[in-house]
Write a protein that binds this ligand. Structure first.
Ligand code: DAK
Length: 257
């Protein structure tokens, strides 16, 4: 794949999308966001890519935010377009019918924290620091952080993080439910372990379950439960349902495609 700011690789059914601007701590400028968006389109269509791991190059940062030098002189219209580019790219992650894991090794700030929030699972190394420091720059999170962060950690903690701009260390991030796992180092290895477990299962069922949770979270509970039933019925149109249940009854491992 020919990208300048993104490395795209697929190995053993895992797709690695690495933000590769280490000199700027992987800050996302328009080019990086555009290429990330294209890489996600490729991953969505790539049958060999069952699980996606997003990470940052250089060992210091996941992503240190939107690129401040690119934003400094933006007009309000340009800021709107930039925010929409970030939001639509991050929405692609949410809507992708595959699990996306953020492997955070270092700073995940501003747009970097928001990128991690758009992923399904977050794994961080001990040295990682996560935060939304935009108010120190005279703006506030513009890539859906004000929407996803309170949904994940509750409004009290999200508002504290917004208003204080405090960088949360990995251990505290785990405590408040902002990350699933903290590992001493090499969060990609932990993400790979999770990905390998996921790959053993039915991808169509994982995709439907992800969709049921995402869409249900936007609904009133009883509507969400009805929606679950509708998607549950869809699972019964798949070859994986037949194979999974037949394999169980035949006392053998399922052979999902
Ligand atoms: N943008 C551009 N360059 C960045 C950057 C960023 N976000 N973060 C770091 N860099 C660059 C530094 O400028 C420096 O470049 P050189 O001077 O070497 O050329 C290089 O990366 C190394 O950084 P430092 O020298 O600062 O390294 P330190 O270890 O001293 O500090 C740090 C690391 C992560 C604590 C520090 O770099 C830092 O505070 N960075 C900024 C973090 C931050 O504030 N992130 C939030 C960015 S704002 C919106 C759309 C989106 C957003 C808001 C609104 N709309 C359009 C409405 C989202 C905004 C953000 O994400």
């Amino acid at each position: 794949m020919n990208f300048e700011t993104i490395i795209y690789e697929v190995k053993d059914n895992i797709c690695y999308i690495t933000i590769n601007r280490p000199k700027a701590l992987n800050a996302l400028n328009v080019q990086a966001l555009t290429e990330l968006s294209k890489a996600l389109d490729v991953a969505a269509e790539d049958e060999n890519a069952k699980v996606i791991i997003i990470t940052g190059a250089g060992g210091r940062a996941f992503v240190a935010g939107a690129d401040i030098s690119a934003m400094q002189m933006m007009t309000a219209e340009e800021a709107y377009d930039y925010a929409r580019l970030g939001q639509t790219t991050y929405n692609k992650i949410q809507d992708l019918p595959k699990i996306v894991i953020a492997a955070i090794d270092g700073f995940a700030l501003g747009g970097g924290c928001e990128l991690a929030l758009a992923c399904d699972i977050r794994v961080a190394s001990e040295k990682s620091q996560i935060g939304i420091p935009e108010v120190t720059l005279g703006v506030f999170p513009g890539f859906a952080g004000t929407q996803r962060l309170p949904r994940l950690v509750g409004t009290g903690m999200a508002k504290e993080m917004l208003a204080t701009a405090r960088k949360i260390h990995a251990a505290e991030a785990k405590e408040i439910g902002l990350v699933n796992y903290v590992v001493p180092e090499n969060p990609v290895a932990k993400a790979e372990e999770l990905a390998a477990q996921i790959c053993k299962n039915s991808m169509s069922a994982v995709a439907l379950g992800k969709r049921a949770m995402n869409e249900g979270m936007e609904m009133e509970l009883k509507k969400g439960i009805e929606h679950e039933a509708a998607l549950f019925a869809v699972a019964f149109t798949t070859a994986d349902q037949r194979e999974g249940m037949t394999a169980f009854l035949e006392k053998r491992p399922a052979n999902f495609k």
